[in-house]
Structure formats: C-alpha cells, structure tokens
Design a protein around this ligand. Structure first.
Ligand code: SF4
Ligand code: SF4
Length: 264
C-alpha cells in the first residue's frame, strides 16, 4: 500500500466513522458524485473506510458519525472520536435517534440474544441503542434514514465555511405545501406522519400518493397529542399507531409522546 499523500498545509480534514448502522448514510456521501469531486479539492479525507483503507489518526476538523451506540465498544469509540474532532456531526436516524435497533429499548435485550444466538454469552451488547448525543457533545445532527444528499453537502460546506448549516427543522407537511402536493390525508384519508416529521426528503412519499412514515424523525416541536387522534380518525388503532411510530426513529418519537397528566 502506498502512503497517503499529505494534504497541503491548511487544508481542512474530514473523517467519516461508523458505529451500529447499515452504511446507507455513508453511501449518501459517495452518492454525491459531482459535488464529491469538488469537495475533495477543498478538504483532505483523512478517514473514510467505506471509500479507502488509508487512514490517518487525526485530529480532524470535521467528523461525520453514522450509527448508534449499542455496544460498550461503540461507547468507548465515540468518546475517542469526539476527543480527536474539532466539529462532530451525526448523520442519519441511527446516530441521531438510536435507529431501528432502538426497538430493543422497549424489550428485553437478553431475551433477544437468547432467541437469536446459539451462544449468547459471546454477545457483548448494551441494553439500549442510543443517539451519539446521549454520550458526547454533538455540533449538529442531520436526520433521515438515509440522510438527504443536498442537506449533507450543505452541512459539510457550512462547517468548512464556519457558519451554521441552513437545515430548517420544519415538517414534511410544510415541504408538501411548498411543492404544491395534494395532502394525502385531507384528499384521501391516508394516515400520514408528515405534520410531525422533520423535513429533508422533499416530501417524497406524499409526492407519490402515500403517507409519510417518519423516516426523518420528529420535526421541531412535533404535536403528537394532536397527531394521534388524526391517525385514529383515519382508521388506525392503538397498535397501528405504535407500529407507525416505532420504526427508524422509535426512541425519538417515544420521547415526544404525551405522558399522563402532561399539559398539551
Ligand atoms: S440511518 Fe438508515 S440508512 Fe443511515 S445508517 Fe441508519 S439504517 Fe442505514
Ligand atoms: S417516510 Fe416521510 S420523511 Fe421519509 S421519505 Fe417518506 S415522506 Fe420523507
């Protein structure tokens, strides 16, 4: 293996890391294609195992972290990554909300390991899958399962330019209105989480006539107390609602659920 070419002095360094995840969000970075070529002229990619086996130990100017903390090793690694990174941005539902693997948070993880593995004593896992921000300080959380490539480029360029990313936390509903998409709930009675889901996908599902199932996680100030009766009205029972909310962002939506005795 040839040694990596040293970056020109002053070139910011970018590192991409993975914890418990499917790699889909890192693939979004590779999927940027044209923008990626321009980007590699502006940054030095010092650690990105999905793209290159050449790695440098840091410190890094910007670290992108995919995946949730679901093992003791993840918890140790994220503290180490934080210590070596000037800015740390988490990417995707796994890293920002615990991901689909956070379904374990509502069950007994030991029961799962006994059911799935012939030798469960070899499995070293935490009882929960949690967001990176539950363990270390995070400079920005980019949502989605997977993330949106335009938002990713905006976040990277913003941090390199020293400004806050322009990624509003309004809802998918808002994005539908901006695109002039007919509301699937009003027009067809289709259950849709668009009113409480973070924008970023460009209202992809409603554009094709189907309801949003929340893959970008909760929007800013989501009103689930108002949302749940609407889902019931559109034919869902309590079990359906629970299943709808418990997908890629189960833990994040669970935090937003109204608790008994809580004011709206
Ligand atoms: S957020 Fe979704 S696409 Fe991204 S790593 Fe997790 S499961 Fe994969
Ligand atoms: S599920 Fe919702 S947030 Fe995800 S792509 Fe569809 S409309 Fe967008």
């Amino acid at each position: 293996m040839t040694a990596p070419t040293p970056p020109p002095s002053g070139t910011p360094t970018l590192a991409v890391f993975k914890l418990a995840s499917c790699d889909g969000c890192q693939l979004t970075l590779l999927d940027c294609e044209d923008e990626l070529l321009a980007l590699t002229g502006r940054v030095h990619v010092a650690h990105f195992l999905e793209a290159s086996s050449a790695v440098e130990p840091g410190p890094y100017d910007l670290a992108l972290v995919e995946g949730s903390v679901s093992t003791p090793d993840d918890a140790r690694r994220i503290r180490d990554i934080r210590a070596r990174s000037r800015f740390l941005v988490t990417i995707g539902a796994c890293a920002t909300a615990g991901g689909i693997q956070a379904l374990r948070n509502f069950a007994d993880v030991e029961e799962f390991t006994r059911a799935v593995y012939a030798r469960p004593e070899y499995i070293d896992t935490l009882a929960t899958s949690t967001a990176v921000a539950d363990h270390v300080d995070v400079d920005f959380e980019l949502r989605g399962c997977p993330i949106d490539r335009r938002q990713l480029i905006e976040v990277i360029t913003a941090f390199l330019a020293g400004r806050r990313p322009d990624v509003p936390d309004h809802s998918v509903c808002f994005a539908c209105k901006r695109r002039g998409i007919v509301c699937v709930t009003v027009a067809h009675g289709t259950p849709c989480l668009g009113p409480v889901t973070h924008a970023g996908c460009g209202a992809l599902c409603p554009a094709y006539g189907r309801g949003c199932y929340g893959c970008f996680g909760p929007s800013g100030s989501p009103n689930l107390r108002a949302m749940i009766p609407l889902l019931h009205r559109d034919g869902m029972d309590d079990r359906d609602v629970e299943r709808l909310l418990r997908t890629f962002n189960a833990a994040a939506f669970d935090r937003e659920l109204p608790r008994d005795g809580e004011e709206p």
